[in-house]
Write a protein that binds this ligand. Structure first.
Ligand SMILES: CC(=O)SCCNC(=O)CCNC(=O)[C@H](O)C(C)(C)COP(=O)(O)OP(=O)(O)OC[C@H]1O[C@@H](n2cnc3c(N)ncnc32)[C@H](O)[C@@H]1OP(=O)(O)O
Ligand SMILES: O=C([O-])CC(=O)C(=O)O
Length: 514
């Protein structure tokens, strides 16, 4: 067996292209010795890798881009470093730092009216340009990850390489499987998710490289390796949690020939339904990244550029961006950083809103006795929520001021695949009513729906009805955005984040005579 393996490896290595070297290295150092499953991969993939000989793989392309980007950033800092990005008021310091421009995030930029753009590509652009699976229409999230990392639209073959590599890296260490299996079913799936990701830190290439005294110019390499491993392992973590908490605890195996979304669907138990798999491809693409200031991104992984801020009405410098724990900037490895981000995503004002939305709608349906309800009944239900001092989940946004294009993409999916579903009709009815009520209420700056207002109704249509699980899927997707950025943070040598904070007493003192 060993000599057969060695033969196959040397055959791969003889194909002297960057891609085959990458694949050979991946198998030889990480997987081959450990997983018999890789035997099958080598058998079935060998010819594919030879055919892919002329392809540039993701890591090779990244390595080409890093020096260019480093030069670009050097130029921007030299030429534009003294420019002022904005002012900071005391209100903003108390107000969750809304509107403060204090971070660099390469993968995406959010426009209040247009929504998210990934390296300038809108969601409809991505749906048109990113490769889809054979027979499918929705973009493959592998392609979106490529776009986030490189700023370029990959070819179908390049996307296939990423799918293959993620499948090959997907196995979990047995102690992580056992850890998940030992969680009580009553522990929220998001807590199990963060726990498992933290435990995977045991495998961190970055942590080992750092401990071994690696030169910091090489940090991006081990950060890339960890990020690819971590993303690859998420379906096995997410699937295991779902099967343990809600099903029979039996976890299907990854199919080495299939794409990431198919495999996630398979591990959940829904891959027989091709429309569900398409939904997951869309879901993982659109939830991936939302620039740098959202809670999951800036908790876990952030890069702060040295911008200058002033307090309005004051000549005293106020360089304060009092943020929470910006774990990645402390050179915590990708596992620790992403686990921190997941804990932020698990909050009901952020990613947990998707479970809250479906719960709120089901509660409304139960209270009103049917999905056939009048607009007046819905209005009353919304007012009851507001008068109870609660938020209407799925509506409002810290930055967006129009309907979230991620909502629109999911609505279009529903119009195509489940136009007559009673719950979808209810979601559509809410879309026509909630903004008016929120406007009348008069507090919310953005009365329009966000991404979470739609995702649950799609998942429940295909039988994935366990709302408490939904944010785990969001977390799997968010890994793509935040880890792409973390790789760049290390490639660009972004510093430890440490903004300034003040106490209320200090602020009063600062402005006592002004
Ligand atoms: C993937 C995502 O994270 S998308 C967001 C998911 N979260 C939700 O859907 C939860 C419901 N929405 C909200 O709570 C908010 O709109 C947030 C948290 C998303 C944004 O918060 P903010 O930027 O503070 O919103 P905004 O500036 O409009 O808030 C002003 C007031 O309106 C209230 N408000 C905002 N949205 C809503 C809402 N959907 N229902 C009721 N009240 C709301 C705020 O609670 C705030 O009240 P306060 O002055 O008593 O504190
Ligand atoms: O941008 C935000 O603040 C919240 C959000 O929609 C996301 O993170 O996807």
């Amino acid at each position: 067996m060993a000599s057969l393996r060695a033969l196959r490896l040397s055959a791969l290595t003889r194909v002297n292209s960057p891609v085959s070297r990458l694949v050979a290295r991946t198998y030889s150092t990480k997987w081959l010795g450990r997983r018999l499953r890789c035997e099958h991969v080598l058998d079935s993939r060998h010819s594919a890798y030879q055919a892919a000989e002329s392809l540039i793989g993701l890591k090779e392309r990244l390595a080409e881009l890093i020096p260019e980007k480093q030069e670009e950033v050097k130029w921007v800092k030299k030429e534009l470093g003294a420019k002022v990005l904005g002012e900071v008021t005391v209100d903003q310091a108390y107000g969750g730092m809304r509107g403060i421009k204090g971070m660099i995030w390469e993968g995406s930029v959010l426009d209040a009216d247009e929504g998210i753009q990934f390296h300038g590509y809108t969601i409809p652009d991505c749906q048109k340009k990113l490769p889809a699976a054979d027979g499918g229409e929705e973009p493959l999230p592998e392609g979106l990850f490529w776009l986030l990392v490189t700023g370029e639209i990959p070819t179908k073959e390049q996307v296939k390489l990423v799918s293959t590599e993620w499948a090959a890296r997907s196995a979990l260490p047995s102690f992580v499987e056992e850890l998940i299996d030992r969680c009580p079913n009553t522990l929220h799936p998001m807590s199990q998710f963060a726990l498992a990701v933290t435990a995977l830190q045991h495998e961190s290439t970055f942590a080992k490289a750092y401990a071994a005294g690696t030169n910091k110019s090489k940090y991006w390499d081990s950060t890339y390796e960890d990020s690819m491993d971590l993303i690859a392992k998420l379906p096995n973590i997410a699937g295991r949690i779902y099967r343990n908490v809600f099903k029979d605890g039996k976890v299907p195996t990854i199919d080495m020939d299939k794409d990431y979304s198919y495999n996630l669907s398979k591990l959940l138990g829904y891959s027989d339904n091709k429309d569900f798999v398409e939904l997951i491809r869309l879901y993982l693409t659109i939830h991936s990244d939302h620039e740098g200031g959202n809670v999951s991104a800036h908790t876990g992984i952030v890069s702060l550029e040295a911008a200058t801020f002033y307090v309005c009405d004051s000549d005293s410098l106020f360089p304060t961006i009092p943020q929470t724990h910006l774990v990645g900037s402390a050179l915590s490895d990708p596992y620790l950083s992403f686990a921190a981000g997941l804990n932020g995503l698990a909050g009901p004002l952020h990613g947990l809103a998707n479970q809250e939305v479906l719960r709120w709608i089901i509660h409304m349906k139960d209270e009103l006795g049917s999905t056939e309800v009048s607009d007046e009944q819905i209005k009353e239900y919304i007012w009851k929520t507001l008068k109870g001092g609660q938020v209407v989940p799925g509506y409002g946004h810290a930055v967006l001021r129009k309907t979230d294009p991620r909502y629109t993409a999911q609505r279009e999916f529903a119009l195509k695949h489940l136009p007559t579903d009673p719950m979808f009709k209810l979601v559509s009815q809410l879309y026509n009513i909630v903004p008016g009520v929120l406007n009348e209420h008069g507090k919310t700056k953005n009365p329009w729906p966000n991404v979470d207002a739609h995702s649950g109704v799609l998942l429940q249509y295909y039988g994935l009805v366990e709302q408490d699980y939904y944010t785990v899927l969001f977390g799997v997707s968010r890994s793509l955005g935040v880890l792409a950025q973390l790789i760049w943070d290390r490639a660009l040598g972004m510093p430890l984040e440490r903004p300034k904070s003040y106490s209320t007493a200090h602020i009063k003192k600062m402005f006592a005579n002004k």
